[in-house]
Design a protein around this ligand. Structure first.
Ligand SMILES: NC(=O)c1ccc[n+]([C@@H]2O[C@H](COP(=O)([O-])OP(=O)(O)OC[C@H]3O[C@@H](n4cnc5c(N)ncnc54)[C@H](OP(=O)(O)O)[C@@H]3O)[C@@H](O)[C@H]2O)c1
Length: 331
C-alpha cells in the first residue's frame, strides 16, 4: 500500500467505497472485503448517510450501520480513517434530489448526529457535503462544516459534486471568515473524459479547471468515484455510459488496452495507476463487491506507468477536447 495526506494524517492511497456494503452486498462478504482491505494496508473507507435509500425498505443508513458493526467487532476504530457524506438523504415530500436534506446549518448538524450514531463513534476523520446546495448561502454551509471541526466531530471537511467556482469561493470564504475550509474534494472521475454534451444531473465530473486549482493546493486532497464506470472497461455485458461515448472514445480505449498489455495489467488497473500517479495525485474511491475485484484494485497500487505511457494516455483522452476546441465548442 502507498499512503497520501489527508489534513495532517496519512491515509491509504486507495479509499474503499462502501456504498453496497450491508445492502446489495451481504454482511459476511462485506466484513470479508473490509478485513482484506485492512490486511493489505488499507485504512481509508468511504460511506454516506444515504446509502442505499433507493433500495426497498432502506432508510439510507445501511452502509454506515454495517461499518459501525464491523468496527465494533474488530475493535479497530483508532486504526481506521472514516469518511462520510451528508446532505443527499431525502428529507421531505417530492422527488429526489430536489427533496434532499441539503446543507443548511440545521441539516448539517442533524445529519452528523445520525451518522456518528450509526458508525458507533464520536467523530469522523472526514465529512463531506454530498451534493451542492445552491439554496443555502455558501457562508452558512462553510460555517456549519467548520463548526463540526471546532466541536471535535470531524477532523477534515470537504465537498463532493460541487463545481469549481462555488468550491473555490467556499474555500476563500472560509479563509476570510478565519474558519477551517474544505480540505477534500470528491468528484466523478475516470480515464475516459465525458463528452461535451454529458449531463450527470447532480453529479459533477472532475474537470481541468478544478484539477488546475488542486495542483497548486497541497492542503486539498482530491478523490474520485466512478473510476471503473461500474465495470464497463472490462465487462462486455456492461454498457459504457452514454456520457462517455463520443468521437474520442474508441481511440482512448485502444490506447488504454495497449498500455495495459505492455504493463501486464488490466485496463482497470491502468485507470487506477493513472490516477494514483497524476498531478495532483487522485485517491480512487474504489467500488467492489468481490474479493477478486478488491485484490485487482490493491495490486494496481504497485503499478508504475512510465512517463511515456502516461503521456500516451493523457494525449488519447484529450482528443475530445482538441476536437471541441477546433469546432469552438465548450467542454
Ligand atoms: N460522491 C458521490 O456522489 C459518489 C457517487 C457514487 C459512488 N461514490 C463512492 O464511490 C464508491 C465507488 O463508486 P462506484 O461503485 O460508482 O465505482 P466504479 O468504480 O464505477 O464501479 C464499481 C463497480 O465496478 C465493478 N468492478 C469493480 N472491480 C471490477 C473488476 N476488477 N472487474 C470488473 N468489474 C469490476 C463492480 O460491479 P459489480 O459489483 O456489478 O461486479 C463494482 O461494484 C462507492 O462505494 C461510494 O463510496 C460516491
Amino acid at each position: 500500500m502507498r499512503y497520501r495526506t489527508l489534513g495532517t494524517r496519512q491515509v491509504s492511497a486507495l479509499c474503499l467505497g462502501t456504498l453496497p456494503l450491508g445492502s446489495a452486498v451481504d454482511e459476511t462478504t462485506s466484513f470479508a472485503l473490509l478485513d482484506r482491505f485492512v490486511e493489505r494496508g488499507g485504512t481509508f473507507v468511504d460511506t454516506a448517510n444515504c446509502y442505499c435509500f433507493w433500495r426497498a425498505g432502506s432508510d439510507g443508513g445501511d452502509s454506515e450501520r454495517l461499518l459501525g458493526r464491523w468496527l465494533a467487532a474488530r475493535g479497530n476504530r483508532e486504526e481506521m480513517v472514516l469518511a462520510t457524506k451528508l446532505g443527499a438523504l431525502p428529507a421531505g415530500a417530492g422527488a429526489w434530489p430536489a427533496n434532499r436534506e441539503g446543507l443548511s446549518a440545521g441539516a448539517v448538524r442533524k445529519a452528523i448526529g445520525g451518522s456518528l450514531q450509526r458508525l458507533r463513534t464520536d467523530r469522523v476523520e472526514l465529512v463531506y457535503g454530498h451534493v451542492d446546495d445552491p439554496s443555502t448561502a455558501l457562508e452558512e454551509t462553510v460555517a456549519a462544516f467548520a463548526g463540526l471541526i471546532e466541536d471535535g466531530l470531524a477532523e477534515v471537511v470537504g465537498m463532493s459534486n460541487q463545481g469549481v467556482e462555488r468550491f473555490t469561493r467556499a474555500r476563500e470564504l472560509a479563509r476570510l471568515m478565519r474558519v477551517p475550509g474544505y480540505g477534500a474534494l470528491q468528484q466523478r472521475h475516470t480515464y475516459l473524459r465525458p463528452g461535451p454534451e454529458a449531463d450527470f444531473d447532480y453529479q459533477v465530473a472532475l474537470d481541468e479547471p478544478m484539477l488546475a486549482y488542486a495542483r497548486s493546493r497541497p492542503d486539498l486532497t482530491v478523490l474520485a468515484y466512478g473510476a471503473l464506470l461500474n465495470g464497463a472497461y472490462t465487462e462486455p455485458a456492461k454498457a459504457l455510459p452514454a456520457e462517455y461515448q463520443h468521437s474520442g472514445t474508441a481511440h482512448a480505449l485502444k490506447v488504454l488496452a495497449e498500455v495495459a498489455a505492455e504493463a501486464d495489467a488490466t485496463p482497470n488497473q491502468v485507470v487506477y495507476a493513472w490516477m494514483l500517479g497524476d498531478s495532483p495525485a487522485v485517491v480512487p474511491v474504489i467500488g467492489v463487491s468481490r474479493i477478486s475485484q478488491l485484490d485487482e484494485a490493491l495490486d494496481a497500487v504497485e503499478l508504475e506507468l512510465t512517463a511515456e505511457q502516461r503521456a500516451r494516455l493523457d494525449t488519447a483522452r484529450s482528443e475530445i477536447r482538441a476536437e471541441a476546441e477546433e469546432t469552438g465548442e465548450r467542454l
